[in-house]
Design a protein around this ligand. Structure first.
Ligand code: GDP
Ligand code: MG
Length: 419
């Protein structure tokens, strides 16, 4: 098994979307109606993103096998997302692991986990570059965005984040909901544990310091980086990770042997993965406050893919339109599923019609939260037609039931029976 390419960068600023493979993985999955948590790692190339993502994969694989001690010195790291020791031949794009895992949440719900790796080569500093588009796509699609940086965290890193999240922010401007769920800044090869300790606590203190420094240094800007990031993400965290050791960093033949990785790193990466995937922390993807299913995620990927494929630059209007379209499609799918289930229980036209009305009403409240009036009207029309189609399939059954009820009534009338 190997990772699937979802998006790939091509010439002239185009982003190619690979629909078939993604459809196979998402649409045909038995988990297609589950809520989904998408964990995506993004950042500059050659800074250990794929390496750390493999720890998530390793954890989830061991969990299926019910192996609790998932990091064993005698074992090797599962190499799902390959890492390269050269800078050559890296495809820029977004990859996805084809297996979808299930994990429990605090409310005993089971939720699908999808892992995504963003491979960029350049620094994501200017909003117009392709790498920036990739990063923005990663943020838009994921529910846990891990932003990987090396050695230190500075205002430039945060300014980049501000640019990407700014795009998202606008689509929820009139909504009380924040557009994105969780941001975790992961600082690799952290060198000052005596100042801020490894882990989430040290990370939190470092992040507060960087935010404060930026606040103090700025004079005219009205919105601080902190405000933008906090307005856009429901949760923001930072984790300080130690160096993995010389073997990992420099040996081109390193093959994932845990024995060759520094214990301190292993201890920290264990905490990192276990904390993010803990039942009380696992974060489902939402659009406008509504949960997205695995199938809905496919819609989202397709909508964004279509907007970028012509080489269009990222812009707030198209992102808003793509998100709203995917959101409408998800609401529509859910309404059709719901009606298909309900109509099975109905034994008359009247009952089924009542159900249809209820579902339409509920749907209307939901879709009206996003999109232009025209889009909303189109979507409502589409739902009506689809529901009518479902209704028609049941027509013969209702007619038969109606006839039976009618005969029963006639029979009771002619025989004087009260039943
Ligand atoms: P990516 O391009 O960001 O996905 O980076 P990779 O995961 O492919 O790793 C690039 C190189 O850095 C590989 O040789 C890894 O063995 C090494 N590496 C992985 N994690 C770390 C880390 O935390 N620190 C250092 N210094 N090197 C790492
Ligand atoms: Mg990589």
């Amino acid at each position: 098994m190997s990772p699937l390419q979802i998006f790939k960068l091509a010439e002239e600023n185009k982003i190619i979307l690979f629909t078939d493979e993604v459809e196979n993985a998402l649409k045909n999955s038995v988990l297609k109606n589950r809520k989904v948590c998408v964990i995506s790692v993004a950042g500059i190339f050659r800074q250990g993103k794929s390496f750390v993502l493999n720890f998530f994969l390793h954890f989830l694989k061991k969990k299926i096998q019910k192996i609790e001690k998932w990091i064993d010195p005698d074992d090797k790291l599962f190499l799902g997302f390959s890492w390269k020791s050269t800078t050559e031949g890296i495809t820029e794009g977004i990859l996805m692991w084809p297996e979808i895992f299930l994990t429990e949440t605090e409310s005993n719900d089971e939720i699908a986990i999808i892992l995504m790796d963003t491979q960029g080569t350049a620094d994501h500093t200017t909003s117009g570059t392709q790498s920036a588009s990739l990063f923005a796509l990663s943020v838009l699609i994921s529910s846990v965005q891990i932003y990987n940086v090396k050695n230190h965290l500075n205002t430039d890193h945060l300014k980049n984040l501000q640019v990407f999240t700014g795009y998202g922010g606008t689509y929820c401007e009139n909504s009380p909901e924040k557009p994105f769920q969780k941001l975790v800044i992961l600082v690799r090869d952290w060198e000052y544990p005596f100042e801020y300790d490894y882990g989430f606590e040290g990370g939190k203190m470092l992040l507060e310091t960087v935010f404060r420094k930026h606040r103090e240094s700025q004079q005219e800007e009205l919105t601080t980086i902190q405000e933008t990031i906090e307005e856009n993400f429901e949760q923001v965290g930072c984790f300080l990770m130690p160096h993995p050791g010389k073997e990992v960093a420099t040996n081109p033949n390193f093959d994932g042997d845990f024995d060759c990785v520094d214990d301190e790193f292993l201890g920290c990466v264990e905490t990192f993965v276990e904390t993010i995937l803990a039942p009380e922390n696992v974060v489902p993807k939402k659009i406008n406050g509504e949960f997205v299913t695995v199938q809905g995620l496919l819609e989202l990927i397709k909508m964004y893919g279509n907007h970028f494929k012509e080489g269009k630059q990222l812009n707030v209007k198209t992102i808003y339109a793509a998100t709203a379209e995917a959101y409408h499609q998800e609401c529509l799918n859910q309404a059709v599923d719901e009606f298909s289930k309900q109509v099975e229980q109905c034994d008359s036209f009247l009952k089924a019609d009542e159900e249809k009305m209820k579902i339409l009403q509920n749907f209307e409240t939901k879709v009206s939260k996003m999109g232009t009036k025209k889009m909303i009207r189109r979507c409502k029309e589409r739902l009506k037609q689809t529901l009518n189609g479902v209704f028609e399939k049941h027509r013969p059954r209702f007619e038969e039931q109606g006839l039976r009820n009618f005969c029963k009534k006639v029979f009771s009338y002619t025989t004087g029976s009260s039943t």
